[in-house]
Design a protein around this ligand. Structure first.
Ligand code: NAP
Length: 197
């Protein structure tokens, strides 16, 4: 029998996906010797309830455009297809069922590791995946009791909030998001209408 595939799972709202996300995924992939990283857009992030986002279909489409540029990246629609609030325990349970031959690594901003006990079925998360916290130079890190691996990502001061704001006021987002994603945002008129941040 061959060894288990090592699959990273980068969950996010991805409204929109940007080069900071992709650089972090790339770094974790290289440092941990992963076979693939699945960009996994959330249908609705539990801690962002009541916040308007671009539709799940638009956010998924932008992830697919971004992933198409790197053979190490894939996209899983598992959270969008399930719908409702996206709890990571469900993401990982569904991915495990789809890929019984894989060892899963859930990639998240390192700050989230300090609050994992607030996540649904937190005790089960560590059974389903190894947690990988992405640190960014200049960010202070809270202590976490949870078993995890830390990986330092390149310092790209890019946020989805800033990409949306720049789009709204007509500043360029090229070089902050993949070209195909910038084109998609323009073609679909996303974020011009003034989504609340
Ligand atoms: P997001 O804002 O869309 O970003 C996705 C990931 O990329 C986050 O881990 C984020 O870390 C990281 N990131 C953003 N900008 C970056 C940059 N410039 N450089 C490096 N990394 C960067 O993510 P989100 O909306 O918070 O969602 C995160 C995931 O956690 C989702 O899958 C969500 O469903 C899940 N979650 C689950 C629960 C639960 O199960 N109860 C609760 C909360 C979240 P930062 O957050 O540090 O920016």
């Amino acid at each position: 029998m061959g060894s288990l595939a090592r699959v990273g799972v980068l969950g996010g709202t991805f409204d929109p996906i940007h080069l900071g996300h992709l650089a972090a995924a790339s770094e974790v992939c290289a440092r941990l010797g992963l076979d693939q990283v699945l960009l996994t857009p959330a249908h609705s992030q539990p801690f962002k309830q009541g916040i308007d986002t671009a539709s799940p279909e638009h956010r998924l489409a932008m992830c697919e455009l971004a992933a198409a540029e790197d053979e190490r990246f894939g996209v899983s629609p598992v959270d969008i297809e399930r719908g409702g609030v996206t709890f990571t325990v469900d993401t990982l349970t569904d991915l495990r069922a789809q890929r019984p031959d894989a060892e899963l690594f859930f990639i998240t901003g390192a700050d989230a590791l300090a609050r994992l006990d607030e996540w649904k079925d937190a005790h089960r998360l560590a059974e389903l995946a190894t947690f990988v916290g992405v640190t960014r130079p200049g960010h202070s890190l809270e202590e976490s009791e949870w078993p995890h691996i830390l990986v330092e990502a390149p310092a790209l001061a890019i946020s989805s909030t800033d990409v949306r704001r720049r789009t709204r006021v007509g500043l360029p987002i090229r070089y902050l998001v993949p070209r195909s994603v910038a084109d998609y945002i323009a073609a679909n008129g996303l974020y011009y209408g003034g989504l609340d941040d």
